[in-house]
Design a protein. Sequence first.
Length: 218
Amino acid sequence: MRRRTFTLLPAAALALTTTAATSEVRIRPGDDPAHWAPLTPRKWAFGHGQVVLTERGEAPDGPRRPYEYATVRQGPAFGPLRLTAEVRIDEPVTRNDRDVVLIFNYRSPTRFHYAHLSQDNTTYPHNGLFVVDDADRVRIDDQWDGTTGAPPAIDDTDWHHVRLDHDPATGRIAVHLDGAPQPLLTATDRRFSGGRAGFGSFDNHGRIREVTLTGRPA
């Protein structure tokens, strides 16, 4: 019998401020392709515990935003959210603009937030927190000073543990890498009250595993 990789379970309380009365849930989508909704299915592979973007995406029409991604289709859209996972960039380190992105508050192809994880921290589109709101992506993280941002998130081809917390009541967003107690990226943006989560890239390829989404339905 095929192992069931999707679970919907009661979860312990998050360290997020919320007054929602709805019970919290935990989702582990695993590597079952039925649990993911990729923009371009032929560019993705599923199996061995991993979800893999195997080809670079292509720039979509409309606002500037990540080119290729897959959102979690199972379970509810989340308001308060903690996303944990292990991610890897498969591009060689000689390419400085290499990236993967974590998507959250996904409401439509032109309305969502994302965390951009890159080794380049000296250009506006890289290594930061962004919002797409029916217009070109806008950088919102506290670390960007107009010239440089947070230290590079991923500058190798190893797996990295990432934790993303979002509280729509306050708009607070924080991204932690590799268990660090202090977040690498922070922002405050109350534009969206919730949505779906996902993984992808602009024009690179990479992979994700051990995905867990914990929070309250939006």
